[in-house]
Write a protein that binds this ligand. Structure first.
Ligand code: GDP
Length: 194
């Protein structure tokens, strides 16, 4: 694991041509837990306090699902938005890190949103921001284990309405939806978007 420097710097971002998938989302949305689950071992530090991770952490992982053979890609844990401590300056700095990262890497993104809270303005803004940077992204709805069947159908529908695409529902805690998410990642890579 390597860390990209904060403050708009892009040191430490791999430039070896391997595909990169960046995870974006509000602090506490479940990014670290999902990266751990996807890698099936504990590589990502789960943050104790919201907004703690200020660096873009890069995880190199070998993928075996979603297609034939094995291939290597980078999963990149971007700084969480939504609860930036230190006010507007900190938020601007986090954004600068992410923008610098996408400029250099040409990565695709997964926009993680909490399945319990559809329609959050900060998530809608993040989707607009990714589009404005021409980043190809998919929406992932986290923590679906916390929803009843009825809430799940309602909330996934509401997320699709507000974000313009159907989310991939996952529960990192129960392992639900991870195969589907790997397929989504594989398709982003195969189509040259990552
Ligand atoms: P991050 O700040 O986005 O990296 O979020 P974390 O991965 O640290 O998760 C934030 C909190 O949500 C932690 O208490 C996790 O245990 C919890 N969490 C993460 N994923 C899931 C999930 O799939 N189901 C449930 N029930 N809780 C989850």
């Amino acid at each position: 694991m390597t860390s990209a420097a904060a403050g708009g710097g892009v040191d430490g971002i791999p430039r070896d041509g391997l595909p990169q998938i960046a995870m974006a989302g509000r602090s506490n949305v479940g990014k670290s837990t999902l990266i751990n689950a996807l890698c099936r071992r504990k590589v990502a530090r789960t943050s104790a306090a919201p907004g703690k991770t200020r660096l873009a952490n890069v995880y190199r992982t070998v993928m075996t699902g979603g297609g034939p053979g094995q291939w290597t890609l980078y999963l990149v844990d971007l700084p969480g938005y939504g609860y930036a401590r230190g006010g507007a300056d900190a938020a601007t700095e986090l954004r600068a890190v992410a923008e610098a990262y996408f400029r250099v890497s040409g990565a695709a993104a997964l926009l993680l949103v909490d399945s319990r809270h559809p329609g959050l303005e900060s998530d809608i803004q993040a989707s607009r921001w990714l589009s404005a940077m021409n980043v190809t992204y998919r929406v992932v709805a986290t923590k679906v284990d916390k929803l009843s069947r009825r809430e799940r159908a309602q909330n996934l529908g509401a997320l699709e309405m507000s974000l313009g695409m159907p989310p991939v529902p996952v529960s990192a805690e129960r392992g639900e939806g991870l195969d589907e998410l790997w397929k989504t990642i594989a398709s982003l890579v195969r189509t040259g978007h990552a």
